[in-house]
Design a protein around this ligand. Structure first.
Ligand code: OGA
Ligand code: NI
Length: 353
């Protein structure tokens, strides 16, 4: 039995060593572990996800119940996500990010393999760590990089080609990091908490990991999944999309498509923020479907508390009468998150009281 299992795992490991882009270039059909879909719901309605102007949020800082803050609160309680506009990042920077990502993935495999990750590691070029037996593989290739704390950057994984890659990623990351400060304050204020409540919980050495996702087209797009259903284990995630739809969010049992707005940054609440808000903000389940004729790029920034820092539900969001405490304090949530993720399961229940 153990042998069969290790054989299956090494089979999946071998399969993962061959990237999705290889399969597409060689005209191969998706191998069995990629064939995971039978549902026929790839055509789904657009999700009316709220759009929030971060400039207005900042101006609203002195007015606790301004319209913008109330819109933010209702977006995060209902959807667990919103599209940020008014972020001040020029289109040239957002286009630059998509351009270097595309150029990286369009290079020959030998070049990309210079940044290859081990099958059971997270950082670098490749796919997710080998999932457990029977779990499907994603029709996707990716590059993951730790960007902050800056001391933790592992430059051996940072592509040298295209030549502007590092510079563009550095500029975008620092702007995005600055924006999280404004967003985290607004998230606290819209819940009537002291504005630094979440920032203090995240700690000084908060962690930002960037993941560049390349979704190849697939002739059998109704049978494969670009990225399997999951919630994020982060505090929250910031996603830059291109103009191709594919990301879907589960709302009351129905998959809805997130509009693809190349100028907006999608903010998606992760499990750790659901814990810190004592369940007030929702960490939504989402997935990426694949497309039969277009490729798709997305760049996700995963924002998480400092390693080793304990996080907990905010006192102001707990009351004996109507809001009992739902979650225990947790630390290094990412570790338990990945154990469950590899089994295709959520992990937030492990934090419930
Ligand atoms: C993720 C994710 C969405 C996308 O990387 O966790 O949900 O659009 N990505 O690629
Ligand atoms: Ni996600």
């Amino acid at each position: 039995m153990a042998d069969v299992l290790s054989e299956e795992i090494s089979l999946a490991g071998n399969l993962l060593a061959k990237r999705v882009q290889d399969l597409v270039v060689q005209g191969e059909e998706p191998p069995k572990p990629y064939l995971c879909r039978e549902d026929n719901d790839s055509i789904s309605a657009l999700a009316p996800i709220p759009t929030i102007d971060v400039g207005l949020l900042t101006e609203a800082s002195s007015v606790a119940n301004s319209d913008e803050l109330q819109d933010l609160k209702s977006a995060l309680c209902k959807w667990g996500c919103f599209q940020v506009v008014g972020h001040g990042m020029p289109s040239s920077l957002l286009d630059g990010m998509r351009k270097v990502t595309r150029e990286f993935f369009e290079q020959p495999m030998e070049e990309k393999r210079r940044y290859a990750k081990g099958v059971n590691e997270y950082e670098g070029y490749g796919a997710d760590p080998v999932p457990e037996e029977g779990q499907p593989l994603d029709w996707q290739d990716r590059l993951a990089l730790t960007v902050y704390p800056e001391d933790n950057r592992n430059l051996r994984f940072w592509p040298e080609n295209p030549s502007s890659f590092r510079e563009v990623v550095d500029e975008y990351s620092s702007k995005l990091k600055a924006m999280t400060k404004l967003l985290s304050k607004a998230m606290a204020k819209c819940l009537d908490l002291e504005e630094n409540s979440f920032i203090n919980q995240f700690g000084e050495k908060e962690e930002f990991v960037m993941r560049f996702n390349y979704y190849s087209p697939c002739q059998m797009s109704d049978r494969v999944m670009g990225l399997k259903a999951h919630s994020d284990g982060t505090s929250y995630s910031l996603i830059l999309q291109d103009q191709v739809q594919g990301l879907q969010i589960l709302m009351d049992g129905t998959w809805l498509t997130v509009p693809a707005d190349p100028e907006a940054i999608l903010v998606l609440i992760g499990d750790q923020m659901e814990i810190m808000t004592n369940g007030t903000f929702k960490s939504p389940v989402h997935r990426v479907v694949s497309n039969s004729d277009k490729d798709r790029i997305s760049i996700a920034m995963f924002y998480s508390p400092e390693t080793g820092k304990e996080i907990h539900p905010e006192d102001g969001l707990i009351s004996e009468e109507n809001k009992p405490i739902l979650y225990k304090p947790v630390k290094n949530y990412g570790e338990v998150y990945w154990v469950y993720y590899n089994k295709g399961q959520r992990s937030i229940h492990t934090a419930q009281v």
